[in-house]
Design a protein around this ligand. Structure first.
Ligand code: ARG
Length: 461
């Protein structure tokens, strides 16, 4: 098959090279960006008098036909065409004749691929943000139902202080909000047009880069052509943003795995989003959160992969850069399905408030409250209060009860400054609601946080 670049070659490329060199099997995903970019480029060329109006009309109608062939599945993607840019241009020329051969004036595949790939990444920034917003909405809705559901808050995976389940979930809402902000700021930074940079140095043709940028929805035109055709930091940003998002998804998934085990039984995943065992008939496995945790690994791998591809490249375009796409496609698709399935798994899971509350009776969750009581009501310095509380905990352990259930007399015997009103402070519910400082777990503060996220989600809709 004759190549577009075959002028200076005497022999055909080996088929081994064709397979090794081609990106067409994966970059065809960029067909829409490629066609829109070409049409905008042709419109600019016509506006500048580089193409005639008739040539432009032919290019526009030919591209409309190529687009419909691709979308109907009749377009033939051939390895020999190497990449989508050449396949589309070749088909255009088949359809419209010589006008098609003028399209590549003042352009190179280097700025063309930089354009297509950047526009794909920008579009996916927006779509992923929508996915995160929808997941956040589901999380806030569950949180709303559980602002008084007591849950052992943990550090080191050990019972620490009582919180409410809504407050716990809202921690993830806060993480996902920052994730959204990262995608949004990447979008703003990278919404800069590469087209018109040509191979590396710009072009002698009298082009109008502002015009193509405007047609394609960019905020501005890139400042330096050598940088523009060469760097892939916009792709690294989405890979990093997805990695951080998946890290958050993975932590929540880990909690779902723990919470749905017999040791916790805080939640039960719905049958729809659980799987069975091929040998143990009694089992219900949390495959969804486990896979979400697992898929985080490949997403990190894609980030490391592209960082490594880029690290030794001299300016400007190098073929190594063709390795930028598959990892990004994979991370984007992983993020999209992960957001959706996590949202559905959360929406359909059953929360078990009673099990959460019984777990609060283990581990003396209100011990800090006894120390705080000694400080606030008995004038005891905190260090000493900590020591006295330690004794009270040891006594409760000896009695095989939780500190929240200890009799007043037991405490009074340990320190006579302790009065009967102490019992109120030791209740788990009181302990949770006592944490009224800003951002704290008290029901009033949790409700405030729900309002904050409701407001945020309403604004973005
Ligand atoms: N398929 C190439 C890529 O994905 C397009 C750019 C090729 N440019 C070149 N000068 N070989 O990077």
């Amino acid at each position: 098959m004759e190549k577009m670049w075959s002028g200076r070659f005497a022999q055909d490329a080996s088929s081994l090279l064709e397979h090794f060199n081609a990106s067409i099997l994966f970059d065809q995903k960029l067909y829409r960006e490629d066609i829109e970019g070409s049409v905008a480029h042709a419109q600019m060329l016509a506006h500048q008098g580089i193409l005639t109006h008739e040539e432009l009309v032919l290019i526009e109608s030919g591209m409309a036909q190529v687009l419909s062939e691709i979308e109907s599945g009749s377009f033939e993607w051939k390895i020999g065409d190497e990449d989508l840019h050449m396949a589309i241009e070749k088909r255009l020329t088949n359809i419209i004749g010589d006008a098609g051969k003028k399209l590549h004036t003042a352009r190179s595949r280097n700025d063309q691929v930089a354009l297509d790939f950047r526009r794909y990444v920008l579009r996916k920034n927006g779509e992923i943000v929508k996915g995160i917003q929808s997941l956040m909405g589901a999380i806030v809705d569950i949180a709303r139902l559980h602002t008084t559901t007591l849950l052992p808050g943990m550090t080191h995976l050990q019972h620490a202080q009582p919180i409410n389940f809504g407050f716990h979930l809202l921690a993830y809402a806060a993480m996902f909000k920052r994730d959204i902000e990262r995608f949004e700021s990447s979008y703003i930074r990278n919404n800069v047009s590469p087209i018109g940079c040509a191979a590396l140095a710009g072009t002698p043709h009298n082009i109008n880069r502002e015009m193509t940028a405007k047609t394609l929805g960019f905020d501005s035109v890139s400042i330096n052509c050598l940088d523009t055709v060469s760097d892939r930091d916009f792709a690294l940003e989405i890979l990093f943003n997805i990695s951080t998002l998946m890290m958050h998804i993975s932590r929540l998934s880990e909690e779902l795995v723990l919470w749905s085990s017999y040791e916790f039984r805080f939640v039960e995943l719905s049958d729809e989003y659980s799987t069975g065992s091929s040998i143990m008939p009694q089992k219900k496995n949390p495959d969804v959160p486990e896979l979400l945790r697992g898929k985080t690994g490949r997403v990190y791998g894609n980030l490391m992969g592209l960082l490594t591809v880029m690290k030794g490249l001299p300016l400007a375009y190098n073929k190594d850069t063709q390795e930028d796409k598959e990892g990004v496609f994979d991370s984007v698709e992983t993020a999209e399905i992960s957001l959706e399935i996590l949202r559905e798994a959360l929406k359909t899971m059953t929360v078990k408030p009673q099990n959460m509350e019984s777990a609060c009776k283990l581990g003396h969750l209100s011990a800090t409250d006894l120390a705080d009581y000694l400080v606030a009501h008995c004038g005891v310095p905190f260090r000493e209060a900590h020591f006295i509380t330690g004794k009270a905990v040891a006594r409760a352990e000896a009695l095989k009860i939780d500190l929240s259930e200890i009799a007043y007399e037991e405490l009074h015997a340990i320190d006579s400054r302790i009065k009967e009103d102490v019992l109120r402070y030791l209740s788990i519910e009181h302990s949770m609601n006592a944490r009224t400082s800003q951002g704290g777990t008290a029901e009033v503060r949790t409700l405030e946080q729900i309002l904050y996220f409701d407001h945020y989600l309403k604004d973005v809709k």
